[in-house]
Design a protein around this ligand. Structure first.
Ligand code: NAP
Length: 485
């Protein structure tokens, strides 16, 4: 059974004791006292020995990310006192004192290894765990996870090392390693380290105790797969939905390169991750890697939501639902109305699917006309050059290019000439909330709607597919406005 171990790093014994008592009161199942963080080692360990439950004493060396710079003998003298006071002892792999651990009995000994820069190969991770196990009661290894490939290596190493039946804890540090922390028991780890409160982390990616306790041992884990993910607000929307629906879960970010998609799927399978959203550049490329794809996603050739149905990965597309609900929300009649789609990428496919299915007369234009022609054929729309489109009168215009988006040219994708009163103009862009296209559309008296509705409705639909819970739109809208004030 995995225990939540709060790592306490305070500058003096009195503060460490206060934090330790607070952590125990708030449900910590184990404490790690980082004595290396103290300016002076406590002479009397009695108050510490009176703390309930398992306690680990650590004097982490500087090169392993700690603050201990004293001599080996001073370290030994302190750790022996700590062992007598009821602490378990953490020692670094390769430290000369590891050869004396039998003298610390009956205290339990953890031999640990930390690489704050990288994750090595599976073979090397296992080698480290074997070396840590040799002279300890529990092996602990923590590696900085920089890529999804690193994460996959750690998960595979955990699966293989678990076959030895040795006791271990294996941690991926950093944002990309979060899954190894929230799903510590699926990794086979005995300890899941947490900070007493946000800002008190002793390693990158550590959860705070309140979050760790709320998530429990079997949280639902979902997330987003794509690259880049710097500006995504999806984690804020889904975190709010988890809290509002009382489903104990978390939504992680996996920055994934094209050649790492299979690694990501291995991690999803091994850790039982419930599902994930797919964004640029994988919406199309992921299709052949899934076990099945529903008719809508297959029809438009793009998946934005994957559900792990007991080991079978099923692809769906909730972007289409996002578009549909946006039009319903704004009570826009579609049937028989002339409509223009700007752009021929992933978002355009969802918009085309909705508009053509609902019977609009759809034109499509794009910077690369060949792509517009291909999508027009696929969906029964008409390709049209931008110049020609600017001369036509459309009731509906939807921008599916990134023009106007933060970080892209701040210009409208079509001349103001094409905008008029009574028209419905939707921009799939939501950051900034008012793009040059929407500003111009409003000036002309058109109804201007940004991409927030589409984003929220697709997120609500994905959340429901994973959890079975329907969450109020307001929950995600509030989170959206807080994330993008
Ligand atoms: P995508 O697959 O990369 O397609 C981008 C499209 O925009 C392509 O047709 C591309 O033309 C065109 N384009 C790119 N840069 C351009 C430029 N400088 N001038 C003119 N056209 C340009 O991207 P996507 O996934 O469809 O996303 C497109 C937009 O939709 C993004 O702004 C994204 O944020 C937004 N979006 C919003 C939601 C939402 O829920 N609100 C969901 C998905 C996407 P070429 O074919 O010539 O390259």
């Amino acid at each position: 059974m995995t225990r939540t171990c709060v790592a306490i790093s305070e500058a003096d014994a009195a503060s460490a004791l206060a934090v330790a008592r607070e952590a125990l009161a708030r449900g910590a199942e184990c404490l790690e006292l980082r004595f290396d963080a103290m300016a002076e080692l406590p002479g009397d360990l009695t108050p510490f020995s009176q703390l309930e439950g398992r306690k680990i004493a650590t004097l982490r060396e500087r090169e392993q990310g700690g603050g201990w710079e004293g001599t080996t003998e001073a370290k030994w003298e302190f750790l022996r006192r700590a062992a007598k006071a009821g602490f378990d002892i953490d020692l670094e792999l390769g430290h000369p004192l590891v050869s004396r651990t039998h003298l610390l009995r009956p205290a339990k000994v953890i031999v640990s290894y930390h690489d704050l820069k990288k994750t090595p190969s599976v073979a090397r991770i296992i080698e480290v765990l074997v070396e840590c196990s040799a002279r300890s009661d529990m092996a602990k290894a923590a590696f900085q996870v920089r890529t999804v490939h690193d994460l996959a290596q750690l998960v595979e190493a955990a699966q293989l090392f678990a076959l030895t039946r040795e006791r271990f804890t294996l941690i991926g540090m950093g944002e990309l390693g979060m899954a190894t922390r929230v799903l510590a028991h699926r990794m086979g780890s005995l300890l899941s380290y947490a900070a007493v409160s946000p800002g008190k982390e002793t390693a990158p990616g550590q959860l705070d105790l309140e979050t760790a306790k709320w998530l429990g041992k079997e949280p639902m884990v979902t997330g987003i797969v794509g690259s880049p993910l710097d500006h995504t607000v999806s984690p804020a929307l889904h975190t709010a939905a988890y809290r509002a629906s009382a489903v104990r879960g978390t939504y992680l970010k996996w920055v994934t390169m094209v050649d790492e998609l299979e690694d990501l799927l291995d991690v999803v399978d091994a850790l039982g991750i419930r599902g994930f959203n797919v964004t640029i550049p994988h919406k199309e490329g992921i299709l052949p890697l899934l076990d099945s794809v529903d008719a809508v996603a297959e029809g438009i050739g793009a998946v934005n939501t994957v559900i792990n149905e007991g080991g079978r990965l099923v692809g769906r597309n909730t972007d289409v639902i996002g578009v549909q609900r946006t039009f319903e929300h704004h009570k826009v009649e579609v049937k028989g109305r002339p409509a223009l789609v700007l752009g021929a990428g992933g978002a355009s496919r969802a918009v085309l699917q909705f508009l053509t299915t609902e019977g609009a007369e759809v034109d499509i234009t794009n910077r690369t006309m060949g792509k517009a022609e291909a999508l027009a054929r696929m969906f029964g729309a008409r390709p049209v050059a931008l110049r020609a489109a600017e001369e036509r009168r459309y009731d509906i215009i939807v921008n599916c290019t990134p023009l106007g988006m933060k970080g892209f040219p701040q210009e409208a994708p079509i001349s103001p000439h094409a905008l008029h009163e009574g028209q419905f103009v939707m921009d799939t862009v939501y950051n900034p909330p008012v793009t040059p296209l929407l500003a111009e559309a409003s000036r002309k008296g058109a109804r201007a709607v940004n991409g927030m509705d589409m984003l929220i409705y697709q997120a609500l639909a994905s959340f429901e597919l994973w959890t079975g819970k329907a969450v109020e739109r307001e929950v995600m809208e509030r989170a959206f406005r807080e994330a993008l004030p």
